[in-house]
Design a protein around this ligand. Structure first.
Ligand code: HEC
Length: 122
């Protein structure tokens, strides 16, 4: 099992750079609040964690500045490797746009640190 998870993590790490792109988004700006509901409904959190931090999950971290709308859309429709595909049949373009807005919002603002948690600073 550990070996399986390592293999997935390794393939994700190797595949990531080739996936980078900078073209203008092909999808209209979405509603991040609605996207959060879709993220939970469609079980993205089971592999990427509820905050996209993915510390001990199967999927890679989503809260990072390297993501673009196009890159997320391509990953949803035609995943690089292990991730299940989310085709138009299960995820409409509108839902995809909202989901993308939410995933992009995960990397906005400062990353949480121990200094921001009152209980750890007594
Ligand atoms: C069964 C586990 C699983 C589920 C469920 C899942 N993912 Fe993934 N995801 C992965 C894995 C593994 C990768 C690494 C690339 C691959 O295998 O395709 C990945 C890669 C990604 C990437 C690319 C990250 C990058 O830095 O390029 C994005 C974006 C992403 N997932 C978003 C989502 C969203 C949004 C959902 C929900 C609709 C979702 N994933 C559901 C496992 C999952």
């Amino acid at each position: 099992m550990t070996r399986f998870i390592l293999a997935i993590a390794l393939s994700a790490a190797l595949a990531a750079p080739a996936f980078a792109q900078t073209a203008a988004p092909v999808i209209a700006p979405g509603d991040a609040a609605r996207g959060k509901d879709i993220y939970m409904r469609d079980a993205c959190y089971t592999c990427h964690g509820t905050t996209g931090a993915s510390t001990s999950f199967v999927g890679p971290k989503l809260a990072h500045a390297g993501l673009t709308a196009n890159r997320i859309l391509r990953q949803l429709r035609q995943p690089q490797a292990q991730m299940p595909a989310y085709t138009e049949k299960v995820l409409s373009d509108k839902d995809a746009a909202d989901l993308i807005a939410y995933v992009l919002s995960l990397s906005e603002g400062p990353s949480p640190s121990g200094k921001d948690i009152p209980l750890l600073n007594r």
